[in-house]
Design a protein around this ligand. Structure first.
Ligand code: AMP
Length: 214
C-alpha cells in the first residue's frame, strides 16, 4: 500500500507515519527529515535550504521532487511507502503522480489529518525529537520517559526543531493554507481522500486511520 499523510504542521503526520511503519512495514519518506539530514551533513542542498526552512517557507519544488525521485528509484519497500510532508504543492503532486506511474506503483490513499490552529501552536511549542531515532515526544501528550531515555532506542539526547517557534509556525501555517490545502480537493477529485480527526489521543487517531485504510 502507498499513501500520503496530509495536514498542517503539528497535525501528527510524522507520529502516525511511524505507527504505520511499525504496523505495516512501510517505508516513511519524509522530505522534512531528508532536508534536516542534508543540513546536518552540511551538503550544498542543506546550505541552500537552511534559511528558507527556519523562516517556515517552502523550499523549491525542484529540490524536494529530486529528493523523492532519488529515494523511490534507489529504495525498495515491499510494504509500500508513506509520503509524509510531500507533496506540499500542486506541482509536487503532479510530479509524484508521474513518478509513481513510471514505476508502475499505485497511490492507494491520502489521509488528511484535521486539527484546529490553536491546538497546533500548543502542540508544536511542546514537541521534541530523539536525536538518535527521530521518535517524537510532546511535553503535554507524550512526555520523554521519566528515566530520560528514548523508549525506542534508549537515546538520551532530545532536540527541539529550530522552526518550532511561534513566528515560523505562522509562516508554515500560511504556506499550508495557500499552497498545500488545495491538494485536499485534488485528491478528493481523484477519489483517494479520507479525512480523520487529528485532535484525539495518538492511538485513537491511529485507529481512525486504520479504519479509513480498511
Ligand atoms: P516538515 O518536517 O515536514 O514540517 O518540514 C520542515 C520544513 O522543510 C518545511 O517548513 C519546509 O521548509 C521544508 N519542506 C519539507 N517538505 C517540503 C516539501 N514537500 N516542499 C517544500 N518544502 C518542504
Amino acid at each position: 500500500m502507498n499513501l500520503i499523510v496530509l495536514g498542517p504542521p503539528g497535525a501528527g503526520k510524522g507520529t502516525q507515519a511511524r505507527i504505520l511503519v511499525e504496523e505495516r512495514k512501510m517505508a516513511q519518506l519524509s522530505t522534512g527529515d531528508m532536508l534536516r539530514e542534508a543540513r546536518r551533513s552540511g551538503s550544498a542542498i542543506g546550505r541552500t535550504v537552511a534559511e528558507v526552512m527556519d523562516r517556515g517557507d517552502l523550499v523549491t519544488d525542484e529540490i524536494v521532487i529530486d529528493l523523492i525521485r532519488e529515494r523511490l528509484e534507489s529504495a525498495d519497500s515491499p510494504g509500500g511507502y508513506i509520503f509524509d510532508g510531500f507533496p506540499r504543492t500542486l506541482a509536487q503532486a503532479d510530479a509524484l503522480g508521474a513518478l509513481l506511474d513510471d514505476l508502475d506503483v499505485r497511490l492507494d490513499a491520502v489521509i488528511e489529518m484535521q486539527v484546529d490552529d490553536d491546538a497546533l501552536v500548543t502542540r508544536i511549542t511542546a514537541r521534541s525529537t530523539c536525536s538518535g531515532c527521530g521518535e517524537v515526544y510532546n511535553d503535554l501528550t507524550k512526555p520523554i520517559p521519566a528515566d530520560g531515555k528514548c523508549s525506542v532506542c534508549g537515546g538520551t539526547d532530545f532536540q527541539r526543531r529550530a522552526d518550532d517557534n511561534e513566528n515560523s509556525l505562522r509562516t508554515r501555517l500560511m504556506a499550508y493554507y495557500k499552497q498545500t490545502s488545495p491538494l485536499i480537493g485534488y485528491y478528493h477529485a481523484k477519489g483517494v481522500l479520507s479525512s480523520v480527526n487529528g485532535l484525539g489521543e495518538i492511538q485513537d487517531v491511529a485507529a481512525e486511520i486504520r479504519s479509513a485504510l480498511g
